[in-house]
Design a protein around this ligand. Structure first.
Ligand code: NAP
Length: 288
């Protein structure tokens, strides 16, 4: 299939690579061209702007920061796309973001598929994401080989857009609060003059264990983590979860506190670092 891939950041670049490796003709565009250019080595055509990227597409994929970015980019790309083209929207944009984009798709005659992904940089590079898909069954069937190219599992959540996004928010509620719990436990141990490694050693292999603690914990202790999920995006997602809670009359107190901690870490200059640097907000000073 001729696929247009818009947004080749941490997640988009490896996803576009896997689509090309699966034999599809991929054209990519990224606002900062230096992040798209290296994809040419993987047989991907790199376009100068969204409209040029979208011309002649059989499928459009968006993997951009948030709903606003997707709307801006698709406003340029959509007029160049033939009527009836499926649009795989993979970015995490929340409930009202999805509603706005569905309206944009309808305006341009595109078939909107709400399919955000679960997994971070490592799984994206390994082609082991979990695709959380909702949309018209015929479009899902058409996109199934693309989902398989980037993921190890596709979960079909409904036959109209919305459920993919809602489930993504549920899963990110888990990811964000667990990361904050690990961070606060490490900061707590340090604060009461204990080696935080004791916490990781104590839970290892037992019922209290969780892989994420060992993935992020050592880097939190060291104050240095490779960027897999930028903290500013975790803050965005905490806000999207709270927006969803508000719309559904839910009182999610845990993530409200977690949102404040991500905001504090972002204000202290950790926004472009990995989400695990939320630990900085729980330490006695904001310095890691
Ligand atoms: P990223 O590396 O920061 O990439 C964001 C992309 O959006 C970049 O291509 C960026 O362009 C582009 N962008 C942002 N604002 C734009 C605008 N106004 N106009 C045009 N392009 C714009 O982030 P990522 O980690 O790949 O995340 C992408 C999406 O996937 C987000 O919705 C995120 O929440 C979600 N997600 C991330 C992870 C993860 O672990 N990283 C996992 C699952 C889902 P530039 O390169 O020019 O900045």
């Amino acid at each position: 299939m001729r696929i247009t891939f818009l947004g080749t950041g941490i997640m988009g670049a490896p996803m576009a690579r896997h689509l090309a490796e699966a034999g599809h003709a991929v054209t990519a565009w990224n606002r900062s061209p230096e992040k798209a250019r290296p994809l040419a080595e993987h047989g991907i055509s790199v376009a100068e702007d969204p409209a040029a990227a979208a011309a002649g597409a059989e499928v459009i994929v968006t993997m951009l920061t948030d709903g606003e970015a997707v709307e801006d980019v698709m406003a340029e790309a959509a007029p160049a796309v033939p009527d009836g083209t499926p649009w795989w929207q993979a970015s995490t944009v929340g409930i009202s973001g999805t509603e706005g984009l569905v309206a944009l798709a309808e305006e341009h005659g595109l078939r909107y598929v709400d399919a955000p992904v679960l997994g971070t940089k490592g799984p994206a590079e390994a082609g082991e994401l979990v695709v959380l898909a909702a949309g018209e069954p015929a479009a899902l069937e058409l996109l199934a080989p693309l989902f398989d190219a980037v993921g190890s599992k596709t979960m079909v959540l409904g036959d109209e857009p919305g459920a993919g996004t809602r489930f993504k928010l549920v899963m990110n509620h888990w990811v964000l609060t667990v990361t904050d719990a690990v961070a606060q436990t490490i900061a707590f141990a340090e604060g009461v003059d204990l080696d935080p490694q004791l916490f990781l050693d104590a839970i290892e292999g037992g019922v209290l264990d969780i892989g994420y603690a060992h993935l992020k914990g050592p880097g939190m202790i060291a104050g240095e983590l490779p960027v897999a999920f930028p903290l500013k995006h975790a803050l965005k997602d905490a806000e999207l979860i709270l927006e969803a809670a508000d719309r559904h009359a839910l009182d999610l107190g845990l993530v409200a506190g977690t949102r404040d901690r991500y905001a504090e870490a972002a204000d202290a200059g950790h926004g472009d670092e990995d989400m695990g640097m939320v630990v900085a907000a729980s330490r006695p000073t904001s310095a890691p």
